[in-house]
Design a protein around this ligand. Sequence first.
Ligand SMILES: [Fe+2]
Length: 316
Amino acid sequence: MVNLHDIRYVRLGTPDLDSAIKFATRIVGLQLVAREGSMAYFRSDKVDVRGDTRDHTLVYFEGDPREHYTGFDLRNPDDFNHIATEIERAGHPVHVGTEAECAQRRARRFIRFQDPTGNNIEVVERPFHSGPRTFLSRDAGITHFSHIGLRTRNPTADETFWSQVLSARTSDWIGDAPLMRINTVHHTLALFPSTFAGVQHVNHQVEDIDDIMRSYYFLKEKGVRIVFGPGRHPSSGAVFLYFEGPDGMVYEYSTGVRHISAAEETTHQPRQFPFSPESFCMWGSRPDIPEFRSGASASRHPPGPTNLGHEEPSFD
Ligand SMILES: [Fe+2]
C-alpha cells in the first residue's frame, strides 16, 4: 500500500502560456513564483493553514491542453524506495523521474504512472517547502490548493486502484463518482465519469463564504463564465463556486469542507447520493459542467485548438 499524505501540485499543458498566466494571477489570484522557459509556477498556500507552504501548487507549461499531471507526497518519505515495486506489481508501469524532471518538480525524486483510466499520477519524495510568505496576486481569500476532480472512464476500476494501491478511502459516492480522501479532508480527489482522461477541476479553498460571494461578483464583472454556484455540496458541506479557465479547465473556490478525523476513520460509512443536481448542490444551483450533469459526459470532448468553441475573455 502506498500511503499518500497530500496533493502537491497539478501541471497543465496550454497552447497559450501568457493567457494562462494572466488567468491564474488576475482571475484565480495565485502568486506567480517563477517563469522558466515554457513553464510557469504558481503558489497558493497561506503558511498557517497546512503547516507547510508548498513550493508551488500549479504549473502551466506550453504544450497539449489535454496533458495533465497530478503530484502527491508520501506520509513517510522512506516509503519512496519500495512504492515503485508495489505499483508495478499492480500492473502499472512506472517512470522514474530524471534529474531534470526532478528539478522541475522541486523534489528530490519522483515517479510517474497512470491509473486505469490513463490519468498521469506522480509521487514525489521530500518536495520543497517554501520559506518566503505567500503573496497572492488578488484578494480572493485563497488559503490553499486543496483537491482535484479527475476524469474516469471506468469508475469501478479506478476507485479500486486508488483505494487498494494508493490508500484512498471513499467518503461518499454521487452516482458512480467516488469522492475520496487520503487524509482527514473529505475528498482530495473525486473521480467523475467521462470519455477521456485528465483533470476535470482544480479546487482552492478560500477563507469564508464572503470570499465566495465577492468572487462571484468579481468574476461576473470580468466576463468569466461561471459554470456552477454559488452553492453548497450536501456531501462535503462546502460552499462552492465553479468557473471556467483556460482550455476549458474548471476552477473551483470552496470553503467549509468537512473533515473525517482519525477517530472517525473506522466508523465513517460512505453515503450513496443519487446522480442528480440536488446531490451536487443543496441550494438548487444547476451545474453547467458536463460531468456533473447526468448522462452528459458522453458528449464532452477533450480540449483542443478546434473545439474550444467560444471566445476567451482577455483579462487585461
Ligand atoms: Fe471540487
